[in-house]
Design a binder for this molecule. Structure first.
Ligand SMILES: *Cc1c(COP(=O)(O)O)cnc(C)c1O
Length: 444
């Protein structure tokens, strides 16, 4: 067990194998205790990063082989910030370790012979990448002995908080901005969370939630617990490399909103290299954003060091963050790794959803459609060698966003009678549209 970790957590007293040793400011590198309840640097105001004893972590990795580790978010618990084993045991047992799918049909379409989809649209319990990060927030909340958690959400943080909080037995409060998919708010309520829709966009709601957190002392999954939340995102990088038999891919592409996932992929890859588990230095990270909200991609392409905030206007609601908190970290990560940023219009985003569905049988939401649309553009522009290993992360499930998806056609209603059905089938096989113009909706 680690002797470097200063904190003695409440609860059972049982310790995880976490090798976390403290917090450090992303910008000025000033150090703080892991037990401190601050979430930004009191000196310079920037975010805090969890730091680890990597020598100890390397020893643990040698001692406990992969086959003996759980296939969930805690597979790499040494490099996660939760110390209390009982808190850890109550959260995320089914989160993470999503499939890495060889996408041969989509790859053939794009001229890529080693294309993989990291399928976080099947993440559990709430079908998005947010199950990774919110698992850390809820575990941290339990470690602190608290019983209420709030969040501000573009859509998927809310459903992840509602679900993971319910399983952990804590009360959830979700603040949504004025534009998001109906299904996400409804799912939260069905899961028992208290939901509030704020008149304002995400960035405005986020600022106010920070004030609410300061005034009430309530922990917010992605504000006051942010340093812990962010660590969950690294697990996607760890899993990808392990699933490729410890051969790091040449490229990883993901959608970016606040910038947590894309910047922590970089941290995760660096850590695997530090521990001697894989050579990851040459992996490039690329990000995808909607044209209607692309402050990070714009800064990358213009070679600026800071993001200029924008007012979002896009159908990809889960990516509608105009003032991304971790934008500067993404710019740094992408630049250091020789990647790039791309963007896609709303029609291209929906075409991306359709392409992934038709080739790989995966139904994703507009965030995933953004990733596929940008993947297509980067492939067409010759960014990838044909046999490069390319991993595209599909971050959310399309079942929550189907209301926004333009249907190709509504099915016609026909008699339940053999001849009628045979003739309808014949027309469908001939590629004819059996459009029933009188109906705009499927009957239930
Ligand atoms: C939140 C989210 C993202 C982007 O996350 P960041 O870490 O904030 O950049 C991507 N896709 C989906 C579906 C999301 O919900």
């Amino acid at each position: 067990m680690s002797t470097q970790t200063a904190q003695s957590p409440p609860g059972s007293g049982q310790r995880t194998r976490s090798c976390a040793t403290g917090l450090a400011c992303h910008r000025c590198d000033k150090h703080y205790e892991l037990a401190d309840t601050i979430f930004s640097c009191p000196d310079c105001g920037k975010g805090l990063d969890v730091i680890y004893d990597y020598e100890l972590a390397a020893r643990h990795f040698r001692d406990v082989p992969s086959a003996e580790r759980p296939l969930n978010i805690w597979h790499f618990e040494e490099l996660l910030p939760i110390l209390d084993a009982s808190a850890q045991a109550r959260v995320g047992q089914f989160s993470g370790y999503t499939p890495l799918i060889r996408a041969d049909r989509l790859g053939a379409e794009l001229g890529l012979s080693n294309l993989f989809i990291k399928d976080d649209s099947s993440n559990r319990p709430s079908l998005s990448y947010k199950d990774r990060v919110v698992s850390m927030s809820v575990a941290r909340l339990l470690e602190r002995g608290k019983s209420e958690i709030g969040c501000v959400s573009t859509g998927n943080v809310g459903t992840a908080v509602a679900s993971l909080a319910a399983k952990a037995g804590v009360d959830a409060y979700v603040f949504y901005p004025n534009r998001l998919e109906d299904m996400k708010a409804r799912a939260c309520m069905a899961l028992g969370a208290k939901v509030c829709q704020v008149e304002g966009n995400y960035d405005e709601a986020n600022r106010r939630c920070r004030e609410v957190a300061e005034r009430t002392g309530m922990d917010f999954a992605n504000i006051t617990l942010r340093p812990f939340y962010a660590e969950g995102a690294k697990t996607a990088a760890f899993e990808i490399v392990e699933q490729l038999d410890w051969q790091a891919p040449d490229h990883i592409l993901t959608a970016a909103a606040g910038g947590t996932l894309s910047s922590r992929l970089h941290k995760g890859l660096k850590e695997l290299q530090l521990l001697g588990l894989a050579e990851t230095d040459s992996t490039r990270i690329h990000i995808a954003q909607p044209s209607g909200c692309n402050p990070i991609a714009t800064a990358i392409v213009a070679e600026e060091a800071e993001v200029q905030p924008v007012t979002p206007e896009t159908a990809a609601h889960s990516l509608a963050i105009g003032a991304p908190g971790d934008g500067y970290l993404v710019i740094d990560a992408v630049r250091k790794r020789g990647g790039t940023g791309g963007f896609a219009s709303d029609p291209d985003i929906f075409a991306g959803i359709d392409l992934l569905a038709a080739t790989e049988g995966l139904l994703t939401e507009p965030a995933g459609g953004t990733t596929i649309a940008v993947l297509e553009k980067l492939a067409a522009s010759g960014r990838f060698a044909p046999d490069d290993t390319v991993v595209a992360i599909i971050t959310g499930n399309g079942l929550k966003t189907l209301d926004d998806h333009p249907p190709k056609q509504w099915p016609a209603k026909i008699e339940c009678e053999l001849d009628a059905m045979l003739s309808a089938l014949g027309e469908l096989q001939a590629g004819e549209k059996l459009m029933d113009s009188a109906r705009s909706q499927l009957d239930h």
